[in-house]
Design a binder for this molecule. Structure first.
Ligand SMILES: Cc1cc2nc3c(=O)[nH]c(=O)nc-3n(C[C@H](O)[C@H](O)[C@H](O)COP(=O)(O)O)c2cc1C
Length: 400
């Protein structure tokens, strides 16, 4: 049976959640599932904003049919062509053959690449800030290229001041009956997953996120409806402030995460010793991660949050232990920047770990090496403790 909620009079959430999917994009673990949001506006004309993933197709189509209650669908607005949101386009255009498909030139290019139906005559191409009047509600389109994909646009409903923001402001995590962020204890339940979603999925495109935030800075917004996760209708500045920080690559917190690779425990031991020394000097709320144990998406999310990172890695076949190399390369690929980094390298006959980590970091913007990198030979010895004290001191000073 259908499962929908009213977002505002005449506007309905017709999406659904998938709690079975193991990994988003077949890559990112989803311990709490994910929601696929879609919205339907009933006015003189009807408009559906985006569709949903194929995993929830049958529920989704029933939801749309239920809310339309026998009416026809006039517009299908495509803010984002990624398959987790556009998978039901074909079903929608076949069920509602008079529907106009609203998008930009890139949207239509991607539709033709992904699908095999020919509905060119029903394309309704919009340009930046074009408007479509539905009756009392008016949709205004703001292009947000590369706020994940090049065709992305945000749709702003001018009467109720609702921003339909595509993937922006989205989060991992299924919806659990409550679809509004103010009905949920957002911070403990969703914030870390919102950060993990942003940093890993959209994080590379910080400048593009800044562009759309600037473009909309004079626009009154009462509600933000993303394609994933809860809707924002209260305390919007909270999530806008997070997005501003995240897209500027600014840390949310002065603090340290320590990330290590270790086969036999000696590099782990060195990292634990530094963490203890930092704790003795008053550093609070640290995180230690083993790259072989924790999925990189979690480490990247916390790296975005904290000001300082300590990387510790063994040398492996004259290279860097590959979990560590993968992680740092992935951070670089995501345009990660503006952090203070300290290094610990380990090796038994030719220690190359520090050198390689330094080279990888040199390719990233505004990464400052804090303290003298530590090189250990196989295992940490008492005679080296002074160097560890100095490194801990430098890290603490860098956070003042
Ligand atoms: C497959 C393999 C390759 C290694 N290659 C190197 C190397 O090229 N140079 C080197 O100095 N040590 C090398 N080592 C030794 C490790 O760096 C050493 O075991 C490590 O520093 C110990 O740290 P851990 O106890 O944290 O694993 C290698 C070890 C293994 C198992």
């Amino acid at each position: 049976m259908y499962c929908v909620q009213e977002v505002s009079p005449q506007i309905f959430w017709v999406g659904g959640s998938d709690r079975r999917l193991e990994r988003f994009e077949n890559m990112f673990p989803l311990p709490n599932g994910i929601s696929y949001n879609s919205y339907l506006i009933l006015d003189k004309k009807t408009a559906l904003l985006d569709t949903a993933d194929s995993s929830i197709s049958s529920l989704y189509l029933e939801n749309v049919e239920h809310v339309l209650n026998g009416r026809t669908l006039d517009y299908l607005v495509i803010n984002h062509m990624e398959p987790d949101h556009c998978a039901n386009i074909q079903d929608i255009v076949f069920r509602y053959p008079k529907v106009k498909i609203v998008g930009n030139s890139k949207t239509f290019q991607f539709i033709e690449q992904l699908f095999n139906f020919d509905k060119k005559n029903d394309y309704y191409e919009v340009k930046e800030q074009d408007e479509i009047c539905l009756g009392e509600h008016t949709l205004k389109f703001y292009f947000a290229p590369m706020v994940h994909w090049p065709e992305v646009m945000f749709t702003y409903e001018t009467k109720k001041k609702i921003l339909f923001s595509a993937d922006a402001f989205g989060t991992f995590g299924a919806l659990n009956g409550n679809i509004f962020s103010d009905e949920i204890d957002f911070k403990p339940v969703y914030l870390s997953e919102a950060r993990r979603y942003y940093t890993n999925i959209v994080g590379k495109y910080g400048p593009q996120v800044q562009n759309i935030l600037k473009k909309l800075s004079d626009t009154d917004i009462n509600m933000i409806c993303s394609l994933h996760g809860p809707i924002w209708r209260k305390n919007l500045n909270y999530i806008l402030d997070k997005y501003n920080k995240w897209s500027n690559y600014e840390p949310e917190k002065q603090g340290v995460i320590l990330v290590y690779a270790s086969m036999y425990g000696h590099t782990e031991n060195a990292v634990s010793i530094i963490a203890n020394k930092l704790s003795e000097r008053g550093v609070k709320d640290m995180r230690i991660y083993d790259v072989s144990k924790t999925h990189p998406s979690y480490i990247i999310a916390d790296a975005w949050k904290y000001s300082n990172i300590v990387f510790g890695s063994p040398t492996y076949n004259m290279g860097l232990y590959y979990g560590m190399e993968f992680l740092i390369r992935e951070m670089a690929r995501l345009n990660f920047q503006k952090r203070k980094v300290s290094l610990i390298g380990n090796g038994t006959w030719a220690n190359r770990a520090v050198k390689i980590m330094e080279e990888l970091l040199e390719g990233m913007k505004n990464m400052e090496i804090v303290g003298t990198p530590l090189e250990i030979k196989s295992s940490m010895k008492k005679e080296q403790e002074g160097e560890f004290d100095k490194l801990a001191e430098s890290i603490c000073n860098s956070m003042k």
